[in-house]
Design a protein around this ligand. Structure first.
Ligand SMILES: [Zn+2]
Length: 67
């Protein structure tokens, strides 16, 4: 309940830029803001910046396991 209130006030933290944004997409359990989504799409795969995005996105596919 309180976390939902926090979301409404602060937005959600983008996994790529690490900033709280209101607009974006959800990928699995993570959030990517609209700006980063556009940046990823418009970045050429040979661009070094693209590797950074992929690195950030890989965090999404490797959830922490508590066992
Ligand atoms: Zn972002």
């Amino acid at each position: 309940m309180s976390s939902q209130l926090a979301k409404d006030q602060l937005g959600e933290m983008c996994v790529v830029c690490g900033q709280s944004k209101f607009k974006g997409i959800h990928l699995y359990t993570s959030f990517i803001c609209t700006e980063c989504e556009k940046s990823i799409i418009s970045t050429d795969t040979s661009d070094p910046q693209y590797k950074y995005y992929i690195k950030q996105l890989k965090k999404i596919n490797t959830p922490e396991i508590y066992s």
